[in-house]
Ligand binder design. Structure first.
Ligand SMILES: [Fe+2]
Ligand SMILES: [Fe+2]
Length: 130
């Protein structure tokens, strides 16, 4: 059972998180039901691009505001980006639906709420306190 996303009270960040969850659901739906593998790839690429923009947005906020926990927060972003990039390469060569389904359902779908509850919550508190 997937955890609910923590609402941070900063509209731009909350909107980005809601959108990312929608894109994750769209990918999972495509993995289950889409017969055309190119369409699965498109949803996969769209999620990766959304993650890249999501993380870049938060990192630019942190840099701009002199947030002290920049490195630890960014390294959590980087770790997830490199995992998902690697998995996309693997998907392109092996087309193993069960593999990507398991990853997004059991790794990414847990990582996102946990990252928001831990890292993003601290960032939002910092931004609200400025
Ligand atoms: Fe975030
Ligand atoms: Fe973050």
């Amino acid at each position: 059972m997937r955890e609910r996303l923590t609402v941070l009270g900063i509209e731009e960040m909350d909107g980005i998180h809601r959108q990312e969850l929608e894109m994750l659901d769209a990918l999972l739906e495509a993995i289950d039901n889409e017969t055309d593998e190119t369409r699965v790839t498109l949803k996969f690429e769209a999620l990766l691009e959304d993650m890249r923009r999501h993380f870049e947005y938060e990192e630019s906020l942190m840099r701009g505001k002199g947030f002290g926990m920049y490195n630890i927060h960014k390294s959590d972003h980087d770790k997830m980006l490199s995992e998902v990039r690697y998995l996309l390469g693997e998907w392109r060569s092996r087309r193993d639906r069960a593999r990507i389904k398991e990853y997004f359902e059991y790794e990414f779908a847990f990582w996102l709420p946990q990252h928001i509850a831990a890292m993003d919550t601290v960032l939002a508190e910092f931004l609200r306190g400025l």
